[in-house]
Design a protein around this ligand. Sequence first.
Ligand SMILES: Cc1cc2nc3c(=O)[nH]c(=O)nc-3n(C[C@H](O)[C@H](O)[C@H](O)COP(=O)(O)O)c2cc1C
Length: 386
Amino acid sequence: MGDSLNLLPASFADFRRAAEKRLPRFLFDYIDGGAGAEVTLRRNTADWEAVQLTQKVLRDASRMDCSVDLFGEQLALPLVLAPIGMGGMSARRGEVQAKRAADKAGIPFCLSTVGICTLEEVGAVSDRPAWFQLYMLKDRGIVQEILGRAWNSGVRTLVFTIDLAVLGTRYRDIRNGMAGGLGPWGRLRSGPLDWLLHPRWAWDVGLKGGPHGFGNIAMYVKQSKNPRDYLHWTGTQFDASVTWKDIEWLRQVWKGNLVLKGVLDTDDARQAVAVGADGMIVSNHGGRQLDGVASTATMLPRIADAVGSDTTLLVDGGIRSGQDLVRALALGAKAALVGRPWVMALAAGGEAALSRYLGLVKQDMRTALGLSGAINARDVGRGVLL
Ligand SMILES: Cc1cc2nc3c(=O)[nH]c(=O)nc-3n(C[C@H](O)[C@H](O)[C@H](O)COP(=O)(O)O)c2cc1C
């Protein structure tokens, strides 16, 4: 889990460095990168860091409590592991390991439509239901079938992603040939040579960690020999014509909690309330879609002012530490999601490393609660900010 000098990881940056060593280049870049020149990706983290906390002392910090209630669940920490496509490639049967770590930390894990492990595999980990994320597919019959499987696997909170009608242009993925187009030398470098240079991953995940298909949609992809077949299928199935009318349809079909992911505009937030969503995630897809849009730290307070009293707001993008969690709560979120942090920690050392990361976040959050005067996660408001 530590780096080559056996030092222990203490922050997101440490897990990221360890993941960079462990993962093949194409996979590390796929996880780490964003769209375009990665302006929004950088803003996401920088803008949380710029939110200044207050220091208020002598308020009986022994009463500290990080827990919150969300959609009828008690969370030990106001944190959810975000849906990550191919997240299960960072460690063997990665989503199962992540679900175990989330269970131990007392927080929800959200499985992606294009995760590696199936709903059933993740559902079998424990009695605590996973969350599930879905995109609108052109074939609404498949959408209904997948929703039925999710319900039968115990899922009661559906995260429906609405910011992927058009796929962001991710330069790193293009360079690494994720969308094809590499010549023979490029294919060797980003294929067998990349594996040879990362033997621990090649053995643990590449050779022993299969099947590597997108578990939840594998049965619909006729030609499914390699990741490119899946990417081609999703390219043809993602529905660019989707509108709020389709969300109204979805609201009729899905009886559990419906959380819309990818709201970054106050008018959209009002629409999300109007169509009957139970909550929404203020998100720019971790800076992977439209490069140049505002950070979520910038948009969260505006959206909270517009709809905060009518809905449950969540946020993601650039959240890295327990201080960031307190900042997110202070600006109007009930909880936050992390994407890259959980995948990087998992890559660095599997379930144990992810548990360690979540423990560090909790420790940081306790410090932030204890010294900002909030004490209790449920009481965090704008008063903890300068
Ligand atoms: C490698 C990667 C894959 C992702 N795949 C999905 C996905 O399948 N579905 C989805 O709704 N969001 C996906 N996201 C976005 C995340 O759910 C989340 O919004 C984002 O990672 C939050 O930003 P952070 O990584 O800075 O925490 C993905 C993000 C990354 C980094």
